[in-house]
Design a protein around this ligand. Structure first.
Ligand SMILES: Nc1ncnc2c1ncn2[C@@H]1O[C@H](COP(=O)(O)OP(=O)(O)OP(=O)(O)O)[C@@H](O)[C@H]1O
Length: 283
């Protein structure tokens, strides 16, 4: 449905994409995860034909992106996309849906409550809900969403994700938790490169997870390394720091297997520090 091959893009001195390839098949839900400046928006803009790459190619539904968009069936939600101010929400959504051969109007109570309001005066989250309704207006086969839930409250987030459940979706996010909840595959971008691409569980184990620090008077590195979920370990004297993708399993086995373990402390590993460990540099 989406095929990007060896994309490169520089803005003057800045390298935004440094040879990115990505293929998304029908039915996949792919989260593009990465810190600020990783290249997510640039990648999506090229996928949509809004920006030309310096080299490489982009195909959308088997065609050049602009052609695919013109044919309908691709829903798009971009950051800060403008909306006409002086029009009622219901009229705007109805008019846009009416331009498609298969119109679809988002059934959402919050959106319905806004139908009579003019766009001017809507809050940031309400505008985002309207943008999302416009993205769905053609009953798209493929949805491309750039940070779709920014500014949305919990109910609106739920409504959004419910609506996308039976479509192919590519979405950019900063949040591992959002990728975890709504994607089946994660593509991790950093510094304009794909640094990891795989099922959510795999990426979570790689970047997320928990740090467990502990003291063992008789250090047993191989034993600690073989605990379930552990994928990295640092030993300093009698202190060990483990990185685990499944802290429950690690701790259960730790307490069962190491009677003399003490001073056990755990902390979440945030995404930024995980990027540092994956890419060897700050994001
Ligand atoms: N129009 C532009 N002119 C110059 N530099 C740009 C332009 N657009 C993006 N960049 C730079 O290219 C790099 C990639 O930016 P991009 O917006 O694609 O990243 P992102 O992953 O979407 O970031 P964010 O999560 O902050 O939205 C950044 O260093 C950014 O500053």
């Amino acid at each position: 449905m989406l095929e990007l091959t060896e994309l490169k893009k520089n803005y003057g001195e800045i390298t935004a994409l440094d040879g990115v390839s990505l293929r998304v098949r029908e039915g996949e839900k792919v989260a593009l995860l990465g810190p600020n400046g990783a290249g997510k928006t640039t990648l999506l803009s090229i996928a949509l034909g809004l920006l030309s790459p310096d080299s490489g190619t982009a195909r959308l539904l088997g065609r050049p992106p602009r052609e695919a968009l013109a044919a309908g069936r691709v829903g798009v939600l971009l950051q800060d996309a403008g909306l006409p101010d002086d029009v009622r929400v219901g009229d705007l959504v109805g008019a846009v849906a009416g331009m498609y051969p298969t119109p679809s109007i988002l059934a959402d109570p919050e959106l319905e409550a806004l139908a009579g309001r003019r766009v001017l005066g809507l809050s940031g989250g309400q505008r985002q809900l309207v943008r999302f309704a416009l993205a769905l207006a053609g009953d798209p086969r493929l949805l491309i969403l750039d940070e779709p839930t920014v500014g949305l409250d919990v109910d609106a987030r739920r409504a959004l994700w419910r609506q996308v459940s039976d479509r192919t979706v590519v979405f950019a996010t900063h949040y591992l938790a959002e990728a975890d909840d709504h994607a089946d595959r994660v593509v991790l971008l950093s510094g304009g490169r794909v640094v990891a691409d795989g099922p959510v569980e795999e990426i979570k184990a790689l970047v997320g997870g928990t740090e467990v620090r502990l003291t063992l008077d008789t250090m047993d590195e191989p034993g600690l390394r073989s605990l379930p979920g552990v994928h990295a370990i640092v030993i300093e004297g009698t202190t060990a720091t483990l990185r685990t993708g499944d802290s429950d399993a690690t701790l259960r086995a730790l307490f069962a297997g190491f009677g003399d373990v003490r001073n056990v402390r755990t902390s979440g590993v945030d995404l930024e520090s995980a990027f540092v460990s994956l890419t060897g540099k700050g994001a």
